[in-house]
Design a protein around this ligand. Structure first.
Ligand code: NAD
Ligand code: ZN
Length: 362
């Protein structure tokens, strides 16, 4: 078992990581809420049949009365309609301000359930049980909750920290290969910006999903340290987590949401950021290769699809206001494990890197 403390000055909390933890959720919740009785288990239609019965059995054993709210799997549930479904179902079930929310699923469920908890009866506590690699190492830590609107992703939301995050790495066993691999894009991102040593034996997890706990803990600690130092994204530190995301987000959107998985688009974005780091920050080609090889080990894409034009990407970046008076804010690496926010990347550099992204890896 690993425990990582997220040392937020206002509300520190623990992330517990252990194989089989899914069967001990009730006990963990009881430790935090000795008097608690009612809770909502918010989950989606894919995760529910896999894990919800186990989680609810453990809750009942510990004296809780769970109420299940199941939303359709996928991004559309992160919406006002999804929020309405979850919160009204909780009201109809008689839950009130003494209730606890348990978010059981990937980042979609985490963001939606966390947001629901933050507004239900003006705010009740929640626990996260992230079940995708991406949500274990990224979205479940940091307290950003929210939903999408047709105008854009994550535009409506709150900062609402979970009271505890319970990670059962064995739940990664049921992930489709592509969802498993895309989570490693964020792990490789963490390695690139903070902890290059993590890459030493990362490739073995492309072949085996056993023994993930220490790796997950290492990643939670990286994200946790950054968010604890910059809880509300005011210090600029959290921006370092955007390594590969400046271009990656544009690639993701231009491909059409759902065509390229987020982590796949970020993989392409990281290749771009490495190339720019070599030219603007002093990263060596050898160091770039270390990251590219890690992406390759997980079969993550590094070539910009032909269907996406340079103009579409530039237009998207312009619309996202990524250009600040002609200069772009890019997270670059002076060396592996060390990231800075740079304003030295020009529009011409972006055009050049888009050309580079059309070619296969050497
Ligand atoms: N709050 C934050 O700080 C933050 C950070 C990064 C991403 N996000 C958000 O996270 C979301 C993406 O998260 P995600 O990639 O986990 O997507 P997701 O929640 O949609 O999960 C991906 C798919 O995997 C399924 N699934 C989940 N766990 C499974 C398991 N153990 N076995 C089998 N199938 C499983 C889900 O049902 C879904 O179909 C996006 O909405 C993004 O905006 C939030
Ligand atoms: Zn990301």
């Amino acid at each position: 078992m690993h425990t990582v403390t997220i040392a937020l000055p206002s509300a520190p909390y623990e992330v517990v990581i252990a194989d089989g933890l899914m069967d001990h959720v009730g006990r963990e919740a009881r430790l935090l809420f000795p008097q608690g009785v009612r809770c909502a288990v918010v989950t989606d239609r894919t995760v529910a049949p896999l894990y919800a019965d186990r989680v609810e059995a453990s809750l009942r054993d510990a004296g809780w009365t769970p109420h299940r709210c199941t939303v359709p799997a996928g991004e559309p549930s992160k919406s006002f309609a999804g929020l309405e479904d979850v919160t009204r179902s909780m009201i109809r079930a008689g839950l009130d301000r003494r209730a606890l929310v348990i978010a059981l699923g990937g980042g979609v469920v985490g963001d939606l359930a966390g947001f629901a908890a933050s507004v239900f009866f003006r705010g009740i506590p929640y626990l996260g049980i992230p079940t995708t690699i991406l949500s274990m190492v990224d979205s479940s830590v940091g307290g950003k909750t929210g939903i999408n609107t047709p105008e854009g992703k994550n535009l409506i939301g709150t900062f609402h920290q979970p009271r505890r995050v319970l990670i059962d790495p064995e739940s990664a066993a049921s992930l489709p290969d592509s969802a498993y691999a895309e989570g490693f894009a964020e792990i490789i991102k963490h390695a690139a910006i903070r902890d290059a040593g993590m890459l030493d034996d990362i490739a073995r997890f492309a072949k085996s999903r056993v023994g993930l706990s220490p790796l997950i803990a290492r990643n939670v600690a990286i994200k946790g340290t950054i968010v604890a130092a910059d809880e509300f994204e005011t210090e600029g530190l959290r921006a370092l987590l955007n390594f590969g995301h400046t271009l990656g987000h544009a690639v993701e959107a231009c491909a059409g949401y759902g065509t390229l998985l987020h982590g796949e688009a970020i993989s392409i974005g990281m290749r771009a950021a490495l190339w720019l780091s070599e030219r603007h920050a002093g990263l060596s080609p050898q160091e770039s290769l270390t990251i590219l090889n890690a992406l390759r080990a997980f079969d993550l894409p590094t070539i910009l699809p032909q269907s996406i034009s340079d103009d579409a990407i530039l237009e998207k970046m312009g619309r996202d206001k990524k250009f600040d008076q002609g200069a772009l804010r890019f997270v670059l690496l002076p060396k592996l494990g060390d990231a800075v926010v740079s304003q030295s990347v020009t529009l011409d550099d972006v055009r050049a890197v888009l050309g580079h992204l059309r070619s296969p890896l050497a």
